[in-house]
Design a protein around this ligand. Structure first.
Ligand code: HGY
Ligand code: MN
Ligand code: MN
Length: 388
């Protein structure tokens, strides 16, 4: 199996000195799609688009529902190489592996490329799979804007088609292979049990822009203070609940060295094993922020941007796969995936490939070739089991 050779074909696409920039419908991600189409063509896979930016390459398409695998190409800003693309490259190699074994599947085997899984450009995670499953309306998606004000409709060349029950009906099961994004997996391959409920909230802090040098400290209504307090409160409230809270993105207006800001916008990423804990955490952060806003004479508003409920993967499929792979570990994850969206519509499972450092959403993300090859073999075993 030529994992390293195939991996190296895409390694430079979208790679910057500070990590990968592969935003949906931008030149690097479009180049990856072109590469994928060529790879599918070399394997006589029939490629189709679903009108939502998602690609599906089918081996022996027929009226019979097929086993789908695949993942996403898009990255977080300055992300790592493996989050997403590993699932697609592994799927192509798993098809090669099945053919090398002489396997002739009784049902179609498909490889999917889902659009905008990270939500890095338009703010809604798993946008392509949410459109496919009807979880977001095409018109609402079309109006989403990126940081340059470009709408999804402009970027994608039109309003997405939206819900495709006809396509979902052609999927008998979906299995996504993904690099593990924590340190819990200590053997090459594992199986997912669940995805934590999680969400993203935009927090807008409004104050009074003014001169940094002439405005008395007692006269200020500085939203930066309310923001700073909220960051520390989110950290504390999460730790109190065994939850995860992150504020990793912020924008300041006018963002001047010698002016008190007028506005600060920040994004809260909140996650926990239980949805009620996420709700309680966000309520606590909102309360702390509001208390501080009263003291600062500022205003604060939280707006939900991307919400993902808990995913409990299909138990029968999970156990069948874990057994087929010889009893590999079964573990939950705090990371969202398209498999989480699909799981409400078709029997869905995930395979994880060991991440030795656990680091992800960072250019430091790595996986060993040996573990990736183990992942391909495991995916081939699972596809053979489900498609034959
Ligand atoms: O944010 C996530 O959990 C995923 O990487 N989209
Ligand atoms: Mn990710
Ligand atoms: Mn991912």
């Amino acid at each position: 199996m030529e994992f390293r050779a195939l991996w190296d074909e895409i390694a430079a696409i979208g790679k910057e000195p500070t990590g990968y920039l592969r935003y949906a419908w931008t030149e690097p991600e479009l180049a990856l799609r072109t590469w994928f189409r060529a790879q599918a063509g070399q394997r006589d896979l029939a490629v189709e688009e679903d009108g939502n930016g998602n690609l599906f390459a089918w081996w022996n398409p027929s009226a019979e529902p097929g086993v789908l695998t695949g993942s996403h190409f898009d990255s977080v800003p300055h992300g790592g190489a493996y989050d997403g693309p590993l699932g697609i490259v592994s799927a192509l190699l798993a098809v090669d592996e099945l053919r090398a074994r002489g396997v002739r599947p009784a049902r179609p085997v498909g490889v999917a490329v889902f659009a905008e899984e990270e939500g890095s450009r338009f703010g809604l995670a798993c946008l392509g799979s949410r459109l496919l499953t009807g979880a977001v309306a095409p018109e609402a998606a079309a109006a989403l804007r990126d940081r340059d004000g470009v709408t999804l409709a402009e970027a994608a060349g039109g309003v997405p088609k939206g819900h495709r029950p006809d396509l979902l009906a052609r999927i008998s099961s979906f299995v996504e292979l993904h690099i593990e994004q924590g340190r819990a997996l200590t053997v090459p391959v594992g199986v997912a049990s669940a995805i934590w409920p999680h969400g993203r909230w935009r927090i807008d802090f409004a104050g009074e822009g003014n001169h940094a040098g002439t405005t008395l400290m007692s006269d200020r209504h500085d939203p930066m203070l309310t923001f700073a307090y909220t960051v520390l409160a989110a950290n504390k409230e999460a730790r109190l609940r065994g939850a995860h809270a992150t504020i990793g993105r912020v924008s300041v207006e006018p963002n001047a060295t010698n002016a008190i800001p007028a506005r600060v916008s920040a994004w809260l990423d909140a996650r926990a094993a239980d949805a009620s804990v996420v709700d309680d955490l966000v309520a606590a952060v909102t309360a702390r922020a509001s208390e501080r806003a009263t003291r600062d004479g500022t205003r604060v508003q939280l707006t939900p941007e991307s919400l993902s409920g808990e995913t409990a993967f299909d138990v029968a499929l999970r156990d069948r796969i874990a057994e087929r792979l010889g009893g590999v570990p079964v573990l939950a994850t705090g990371a969202g995936h398209d498999a989480g969206v699909l799981s409400a519509h078709v029997p869905t499972a995930m395979l994880f490939v060991r991440n030795p450092s656990g680091v992800s959403h960072s250019p430091a993300e790595t996986a060993s070739d040996d573990d990736c090859i183990e992942g391909v073999r495991a995916l081939a075993d699972v596809l053979e089991d489900l498609a034959c």
